[in-house]
Design a binder for this molecule. Structure first.
Ligand code: 5AD
Ligand code: SF4
Length: 452
């Protein structure tokens, strides 16, 4: 048994990384270590990193500067480990250029962490664990979650899509799905532990498959676990979105009416260069099918501006597509060249930075207007909100999400975190809805009747 050490872990990037940090906490606790409340009290500081855009890297470099100073100041030995996508992406370059890093481990190598830490402390070895696996799903590792109403649960890992801009296939490897029995057992124990919502995660979540058991079957099975009031999932790819999944969402009132459907671009030439494998027409047909199958469904998206060779007219195609589709909200990014990707190898990053800024500003403005207009249509209606917290900004209020994922804020006494409250919406501002509580909810009845 190695010496017990106090470990602090900080997470950057996506929900999958949040979940992975929970796995890492479990693996390290299992090896006899304990969790520190903050970096000042820790002997091991782990940064679970992201590589999706250059600014994800920049954040970590800035943080490493601070940790270097912290290491020098402490009277006891502090070790710093870099986990996750940036470790996998930069590999030895990271250790060679940042001497304050003691070891690195990629997303498929967390079982090796206790050993890496042990060797680092014993011999000073700068260890690296970077093998990508075709099978690792961390089955049997019970994540240490931080509580709250939502539990993340990764049902598949990796991505085989190879979108030309994206580093994820290189940092997280090939697709693999978790055994549904293990997923369901985990969801059952989450329900017993009082979690009201589970969010099923995967880089390409609708590619989930174990034999004949696909993602729609998995969502349906999870929705059937007693006590789970809400099921969400992220992120699906438009190319293999099964109609049966839409029917599952429509049929099960506890499967939320919100779909995050990354568009990326509105021009067919750009979509083709991105290797997205759908046209804008096919994307819009899918959106129409979603809206007719699930009345009131909210759809959000991701968009990239300034992809290599994107012309002004092609950007306008994206602008017009967003005007036509009217997403509930959108994450909009400037293209950022990522080492190792097809786009980095074959396409020039030739859209000037000012152009990228101009384009992102226009899309953000457009989306703000659309989000505001959609949210206004909620005024006067009564929605069901899963209470998540008492927001710091609004003392005496509660906040939570509608099943369409709208952040909703309302005053009230006697509410409890984790319960579903009926809220009459009085106004909307920015991306938030404001209203008053009018009772407790019968969430399950709602869409069941809508679906007939
Ligand atoms: N540059 C900018 N945005 C990117 N994304 C992925 N890779 C890049 C990149 N190289 C965006 C995509 C994806 C979201 C998670 O991040 O829109 O859907
Ligand atoms: Fe970042 Fe993508 Fe890795 Fe998530 S999977 S941490 S978004 S690079």
């Amino acid at each position: 048994m190695p010496d017990a050490l106090r470990i602090y872990i900080e997470t950057y990037g996506c929900q999958m990384n949040e979940y992975d940090s929970e796995l890492v906490k479990s693996l390290l606790s299992g090896a006899g270590h304990s969790l520190a409340a903050n970096e000042h009290d820790a002997e091991i500081i782990l940064l679970n990193t992201c590589a999706i855009r250059e600014n994800a890297h920049s954040k970590i470099y800035a943080r490493l500067q601070q940790l270097k100073a912290l290491k020098a100041k402490k009277s006891y030995r502090v070790s710093v480990g870099i986990l996750g996508c940036m470790a996998q992406n930069l590999r030895d370059d990271l250790l060679d250029t940042h001497h304050e890093i003691d070891f690195i481990a990629g997303p498929d190598s967390y079982r090796e962490l206790p050993d890496l830490i042990g060797r680092s402390r014993k011999t000073g070895e700068k260890g690296r664990a970077l093998a990508l696996s075709r099978t690792e799903t961390y089955s049997g590792v019970d994540p240490i979650r931080s509580g709250g109403v939502n539990a993340w649960i990764a049902v598949m890992r990796g991505c085989d899509n190879m979108c030309s801009f994206c580093v994820v296939p290189y940092t997280r490897g090939r697709e693999r799905s978790r055994d549904p029995k293990g997923v369901l057992a985990e969801v059952e124990s989450l329900a017993e532990a009082g979690y009201k919502q589970v969010t099923l995660l995967g880089q390409n979540v609708n590619s989930y498959r174990i034999g004949p058991f696909g993602f729609a079957e998995l969502v349906e099975a999870v929705a059937g676990v007693p006590g789970i009031e809400r099921v969400r999932f992220t992120s699906p790819h438009p190319k293999d979105f099964p109609e049966s999944l839409l029917e599952v969402i429509a049929r099960h009132p506890n499967v939320c009416s919100h779909i995050h459907l990354p568009l990326q671009a509105g021009s067919n030439r750009v979509l083709d260069l991105m290797k997205r494998t759908y046209t804008i027409e096919e994307f819009e047909d899918l959106v129409a099918k979603m809206r007719s199958t699930i009345p009131g469904v909210a759809i959000s998206t991701d968009v990239i501006v300034g992809f290599p060779t994107e012309t002004d007219e092609e950007f306008e195609d994206t602008y017009r597509a967003m005007e036509r589709v009217r997403f509930d909200f959108a994450f909009i990014f400037k293209y950022s060249e990522r080492h190792g990707t097809y786009a980095a190898k074959k396409l020039p990053d030739d859209v000037a930075p000012e152009k990228k800024t101009e384009r992102i500003v226009r899309l953000v403005d457009l989306q703000k207007r659309i989000t505001g207009e959609i949210n206004k249509t909620y005024v006067g209606s009564t929605v069901e909100v899963l209470v998540e917290e008492e927001p710091e900004k609004y003392p005496g209020h509660w906040s939570g999400r509608t099943d369409t994922f709208k952040n909703t804020i309302f005053p009230g006494e006697g509410c409890k975190i984790g319960e579903i409250v009926r809220v009459e919406i009085e106004r909307s501002r920015g991306s938030a809805l404001f209203g008053r509580a009018v009772g407790r909810a019968a969430e399950r009845e709602k869409r069941a009747s809508a679906a007939g």
